[in-house]
Design a protein around this ligand. Structure first.
Ligand code: ZN
Length: 276
């Protein structure tokens, strides 16, 4: 069994075939998917939970959990209403994580200080609700700015909670990986781990302990080889898992077992929560 730790199941791009897409994941051995609730805009952050509930109790569908959070470039939309919505969602049993939240200095969008303030506001709510966080961190090309700012915030506000989280679509260097693990984070690898030019990332992954890794699709984006460029879906997390197994020099079954154990340990999940 594999877990896709990050998929945007509420994406419009699954409007026509969401049930069939989830059935393909189940048939491919994906037992659990964490549906990311950021919507197109902050107000749509409930949609991952909606998908989770829509498929509750249905056969031949992976177990679904949801997250909720305001994406870095949507932080200008944060007001009291958005924060109250987030707080209410994090109180729901299926909403096991706050995210994806973080800092994105790569794309044009929200001012950096607006992103940092939005991140800090959400960390406060996640801490009060005892929910681990899903971090999106993307520096400018060749820079470490976003990581440096992120660790400043997390060291001060998040480390004391001991709740940890996931560095989603990890693309950092060894130092950033080490600091993340040290703070109780898991590093989740997406399809870009399989790309020909990603050898530096594979070199970082090769040094990681099995207890610190996860795999994800970030579907509908970032399809792994050999499906690069297509609409991604959770069934394809297998391709990334196979590359991670090769990089770490272990059998595919070991990666499946370790990532599943890591996911359930981080979220302290019981069997009676989720869509089963
Ligand atoms: Zn994402």
């Amino acid at each position: 069994m594999l877990i896709d730790s990050h998929a945007h199941l509420d994406s419009e791009r699954y409007a026509e075939d969401r049930a069939a897409m989830l059935a393909r994941a189940f048939d491919a051995g994906v037992g659990t998917v964490l549906a990311i609730g950021i919507g197109e805009q902050a107000g749509g952050m409930h949609r991952a939970l909606d998908v989770c509930r829509e498929f509750k109790g249905q056969p031949n569908v992976p177990r679904l959990y949801a997250s909720a959070g305001v994406y870095p470039h949507n932080t200008p939309e944060i007001d009291d209403g958005v924060l109250a919505q987030l707080d209410g969602l994090l109180a729901e049993p299926e909403v096991i994580a706050c995210g994806e939240i973080g800092l994105d200095y790569y794309h044009e969008g929200a001012a950096h200080d607006t992103q940092r303030r939005g991140l800090m506001q959400q960390l406060e709510i996640a801490a009060a609700r005892n929910r681990p966080i899903l971090i999106h961190c993307r520096p400018e090309d060749g820079a470490t700015d976003a990581w440096d700012d992120l660790f400043l915030v997390l060291d001060e506000i998040w480390r004391p909670t001991g709740l940890g989280g996931i560095m989603h679509c990890f693309g950092g260097n060894w130092e950033q990986a080490r600091r993340s693990l040290d703070m109780g984070f898991l590093l989740s690898f997406a399809g870009n781990l399989t790309y020909p030019k990603a050898q530096p990332l594979r070199d970082v992954a090769a040094r990681l302990p099995l207890e610190g890794v996860l795999v994800e699709t970030d579907a509908p984006w970032l399809a792994p080889m050999p499906n690069r460029g297509k609409r991604n879906e959770p069934a394809w997390v297998l391709h990334t898992a196979l590359v991670l197994a090769e990089v770490l020099g272990v059998e595919a079954e070991e990666i499946a077992l370790a990532t599943t154990k890591n996911f359930f340990r981080l979220f302290d999940l019981r069997a009676d929560v989720g869509n089963w």
